[in-house]
Write a protein that binds this ligand. Structure first.
Ligand code: S3P
Length: 173
């Protein structure tokens, strides 16, 4: 991990379990947790869906990149990101500077089931959310894979099990 910060950075598609795993990791390690969605939401004083509706995706993406810029590479933390963070190559470079990048993954069925539990994701408010999800996944999967130091399939694991798997894999890096 030379030349890198000591943070643990979670990336992955909506429903991959980034938020809950981030909380489990923060509990286990005692490190502070930063979530780019939360930072952006606080900055606008609005829920993410509302930011998309009022200002559009591009403004959200700008704020997301700014949020990353505010995070310190000196102080280790658990960093949770939104599913689209990998769309900008400069974000990926920044995440890699911050620490070890962990891609959380799950099969399509599992992702869709988890996504359905929270109907707040603006990008999936379409006539056929499943088809939209599949298309977004097709574009993004290679980006998650290329950005990651470690990949964890979360389909059959609890959040605590995912957190343990991450910590074990990072020991070996
Ligand atoms: C997005 C994922 C969301 C949030 C926004 C855009 C995406 O975060 O950042 O709705 O482009 O995949 P989660 O991955 O936490 O749902």
């Amino acid at each position: 991990m030379t030349g890198r910060g000591q943070s643990i950075v979670l990336i992955g598609f909506m429903g991959a379990g980034k938020s809950s795993t981030g909380k489990a990791l923060a509990r286990r390690t005692g490190l502070p947790r930063f979530d780019t969605d939360e930072i952006v939401s606080i900055r606008f004083g609005l829920a993410i869906a509302e930011i998309f509706a009022r200002f559009g995706e591009e403004k959200f993406r700008d704020a997301e990149s700014e949020a990353l810029g505010q995070l310190s590479d000196a102080a280790p933390a658990i960093i949770v990101t939104g599913g689209g963070i990998v769309l900008r190559p400069e974000n990926v470079r920044r995440l890699q500077e911050l620490g070890s990048v962990v891609s959380l993954e799950a099969d399509e069925e599992t992702l869709f089931r988890r996504i359905l539990r929270r109907a707040t994701r603006p990008l999936l408010q379409t006539e056929d959310p499943r088809a939209t999800m599949v298309e977004l996944l097709r574009v993004r999967e290679p980006l998650y894979r290329e950005a990651a130091d470690v990949r964890v399939d979360t389909s059959l694991l609890t959040h605590d099990e995912v957190a343990d798997a991450i910590l074990k894999s990072l020991e070996k890096l």
